[in-house]
Ligand binder design. Structure first.
Ligand code: NAD
Length: 352
């Protein structure tokens, strides 16, 4: 049985991954989740797992920057893989407060790498894996008028936001562990995910929540920024393939070939919800807003045989339904702090 330390497992993608992996007995793994439970982490996302999988699932509340906590987990559970989901993940918040992003995303990754290297004897490195979960945002922005160009693993890193700069820094450090010590690292860079359990500050759940409440739906700038969307369970299968068969020292892009302008996605969501487009309200653009992201996942497909299996329209409708059926979850995860941040960004145009 593999033991995997899953950091940030109470967040959106982490909790989807934990549920997905535990639901596959053939994966035969024990998951130890370490999560600080920031505003974005929610134990409700993992509800019921302790009872259903008492021998395969363990939760520990803690900070990936805390070397003692991380060392204790390595000693107690002896994981042979780390999946580092833990991060401050919202670009807007990184513009308001970059320091927390440097702390968790850079120092936290450094703490995990150091602990894994200290606890894994070199003879075990052919069986151990450290998977750093990164983002397409580290590559910067693509021109709108060149649909033929996408991000490949060879695209130079050119992050623009404090969030993407902190993720790029963590990627470089992870790669340095491989290049310097031969440490068995892997890096994945995925496009935008959608699905259940996403904190409602992110575009899709934000639109759904506002529209359900007949509130205006804020759209940055001209709304023509392009993002490339992937259903979260396709991200999970890709991570599993990379963890099981990826070549140590490699980077793999993950994406669903589903580019959409934000405004078109928002109109689609309003149509599914049967709400009028007049709810759309254009607001001040995000400073340094990247124009277009698009992932070329050819390497992952040709080398590891991964393919996304989700139909976009079907999964988008399912996602809308999930939020419709989980309005209590939506309201519970939103705190006063979230509402104050929302107000500052969308109502006061980034002003104090
Ligand atoms: N959401 C996307 O579309 C997307 C796309 C590509 C890559 N990613 C990457 O995937 C990972 C997960 O993203 P997400 O959308 O699930 O994020 P999220 O914000 O929903 O979850 C992050 C989780 O990390 C936890 N966390 C934060 N700081 C921590 C710390 N110091 N110690 C321990 N836990 C901490 C939070 O409590 C939360 O549970 C991130 O690394 C992100 O960069 C996300």
């Amino acid at each position: 049985m593999h033991t995997i330390l899953v950091t940030g497992g109470a967040g959106f993608i982490g909790s989807n991954f934990v549920r997905w992996a535990l639901g596959r007995p053939e994966a035969n793994c024990k998951l130890v989740v370490l999560d600080k439970l920031t505003y974005a982490g929610n134990l409700e996302n993992l509800a019921g797992l302790e009872e259903t999988y008492p021998d395969h699932y363990f939760f520990v509340r803690g900070d990936i920057c805390d070397g003692d906590t991380v060392a204790e987990l390595f000693e107690k559970h002896a994981p042979n893989a780390v999946l580092n989901f833990a991060a401050e993940s919202h670009v807007d918040r990184s513009i308001l407060d970059p320091m927390e992003f440097v702390r968790t995303n850079v120092l936290g990754t450094a703490t995990l790498l150091a602990a894994a290297r200290r606890h894994w004897p070199e003879e075990s490195w052919d069986r151990a894996r450290f998977l750093q979960i990164s983002t397409d945002e580290v590559y910067g922005s693509l021109p709108e008028d060149r649909p033929d160009i996408k991000f490949t693993e060879d695209t130079p890193l050119a992050p623009h936001s404090p969030y993407s700069a902190s993720k790029a820094s963590a990627d470089l450090l992870t790669q340095a562990y491989h290049d310097t010590y031969g440490f068995p690292t892997l890096i994945t860079r995925c496009s935008n995910n959608y699905g259940p359990y996403q904190f409602p500050e992110k575009l899709i759940p934000l639109v759904i929540r506002n529209a359900m409440n007949d509130e205006s739906v804020p759209v940055y700038g001209d709304g023509k920024n392009v993002r490339d969307w992937l259903y979260v369970s396709d991200h999970c299968t890709a991570l599993w393939d990379v963890l099981s068969t990826g070549e140590p020292g490699s980077v793999y892009n993950i994406g669903g070939d589903r580019e959409l302008r934000n405004i078109d996605l928002i109109r689609m969501l309003l149509d599914i919800l049967d709400k009028p487009h007049s709810l759309i309200e254009f607001v001040n653009d995000r400073p340094g807003h990247d124009r277009r992201y698009a992932i070329d996942a050819g390497k992952l497909k040709s080398e590891l045989g991964w393919e996304p299996s989700s139909d976009f329209r079907e999964k988008l409708a399912e996602t809308v339904n999930w939020y419709r059926e989980h309005t209590e979850w939506l309201e519970r995860v939103i705190s006063g702090e979230y509402l104050a941040t929302y107000d500052r960004i969308y109502r006061r145009g980034w002003k104090e």
